[in-house]
Design a protein around this ligand. Structure first.
Ligand code: PMP
Ligand code: GLU
Length: 394
């Protein structure tokens, strides 16, 4: 008799492309290849020492047992205070929960609000995991095509048309955006939230890059504009700003009813987020006014400008300056047409022949674009540009 096979549901779920490319780049490096890794977005800066030390201290002092399932009361209070101090978002302690990163926060959020078969609007280019996360919660993602000519921010009227056509129940927003680096203006957020309110949509607002902005781009949360707060779930944390990547820690904020329900799900799935990492996150919450982030932004901005300058000199490639996060979404449509190759093939060739790891735009619903992460040291970026130029001119 044949062995049992994984469920049909699992066939809807692809492996995270960003993480599989990171794994491939690492394997090549381990095999002795000089790979420049601009694939997965992980800051090259180390976790700040005081934050790491808080985790070490927790272990030394024996604070490593199970905690309350939605995070320790102290961390939830610290998270609530941080949201107010850093972003002006007002959530009580019971409206904030701690979870094992932004990804689980998105999972808890969607599992809490999506009914079976609900359509959820996903705006391309979208972060790789959104469609899978919607599927896993029993929903159906409805993808709206990217608008590169509008700086990657969809207008509210186009969103409304899709909401009506598909009878959508929710929408995922992500500004600053991964992969485009777009940051919606206050007026744009207000207009989208107005549509969400008019059609009674949930909003899941992934604000994990909120602290990483350039050129004076303003951070505006969907939860901070009229009619926004009651229908918005904010996903946030220190993953990208403070390199808490492997620590697996993040926050979900929303109404007391949603947070309580999400907490019940978490209690059955995670138990609790890592106790040691909760201690580290508590230190991060208290760090205002965020000197560390300010220092990082100086470096990131320099790298961003370097990429904009270099890439726009290459024939067939174009890069509109990103205004947030740490990704360059390179428009390779001309190059793809000239070489008669897709973004998938180009990313493959860049890795195999030039040892440069990137992510093809197709992974984000924007074919014939290529994403480069500039959360990498300047010497690596310089090497990457030499290799990209060699490829383009080959
Ligand atoms: N949202 C976005 C937009 C991301 O780029 C990432 C990548 N890490 C996540 C969520 C997940 O973050 P975490 O590592 O905290 O789960
Ligand atoms: N979010 C990062 C990226 O988009 C890290 C990889 C992941 O979590 O998928 O590259």
């Amino acid at each position: 008799m044949a062995a049992p096979v994984p469920s049909s549901r699992t066939r809807l779920i692809e492996e995270s492309v960003t993480l599989s490319i990171a794994a491939r780049a690492l394997a090549l490096k381990k095999a002795g290849r000089d790979v420049v890794s601009l694939g997965a977005g992980e800051p090259d800066f180390p976790t700040p020492a005081n934050i790491a030390e808080a985790g070490i201290k927790a272990i030394r002092e024996g604070r490593y047992r199970y905690t309350a399932t939605s995070g320790t009361p102290e961390l939830r209070a610290a998270g609530s205070a941080w949201l107010k101090a850093a972003f002006g978002l007002c959530y009580g302690t019971d409206e904030v929960m701690c979870t094992a990163g932004a990804k689980p926060a998105l999972h808890m959020a969607m599992s809490t609000i999506i009914e079976a078969g609900d359509r959820v609007i996903v705006l391309a280019p979208y972060w790789v995991s959104y469609p899978a996360l919607v599927h896993m919660a029993g929903g159906v993602p409805v993808i709206i095509e990217a608008v590169p000519d509008q700086g990657f921010v969809h207008d509210a009227a186009a969103i409304e048309r899709a909401v009506v056509t598909h009878n959508a129940k929710g929408i995922i927003l992500n500004y600053p955006n991964n992969p485009s680096g777009a940051v919606a203006t206050r007026a744009q957020i207000e207009a989208i939230v107005r549509i969400a309110a008019a059609h009674d949509l949930w909003i899941v607002s992934d604000e994990i890059y909120a602290m990483l902005r350039y050129d004076g781009a303003e951070y505006v949360s969907a939860a901070a504009v009229p009619f926004g707060k009651e229908r918005t779930l904010v996903v946030t944390g220190f993953t990208k700003s403070h390199t808490l990547t492997g620590w697996r820690i993040g926050f979900l904020a929303g109404s007391k009813a949603v947070i309580e329900a999400a907490g019940r799900i978490q209690s059955q799935v995670l138990g609790n987020p890592c106790t040691i990492s909760q201690e580290a996150a508590r230190t991060a919450c208290a760090e205002a006014p965020f000197d560390e982030v300010a220092r990082r932004l100086v470096d990131l901005d320099q790298r961003r400008q370097f990429l904009v300058q270099e890439i726009n000199q290459l024939p067939g490639l174009k890069l509109t300056p990103p205004r947030g996060a740490f990704y360059a979404l390179v428009d390779a449509r001309q190059l793809c047409a000239k070489r008669q190759q897709s973004d998938l093939q180009i990313a493959e060739l860049l890795l195999d022949e030039h040892h440069l790891a990137t992510v093809p735009g197709s992974a984000f619903g924007i074919p014939n674009f290529i994403r480069l992460s500039y959360a990498a040291a300047m010497p690596d970026l310089k090497k990457a540009m030499t290799r990209l130029a060699a490829f383009v001119r080959s």
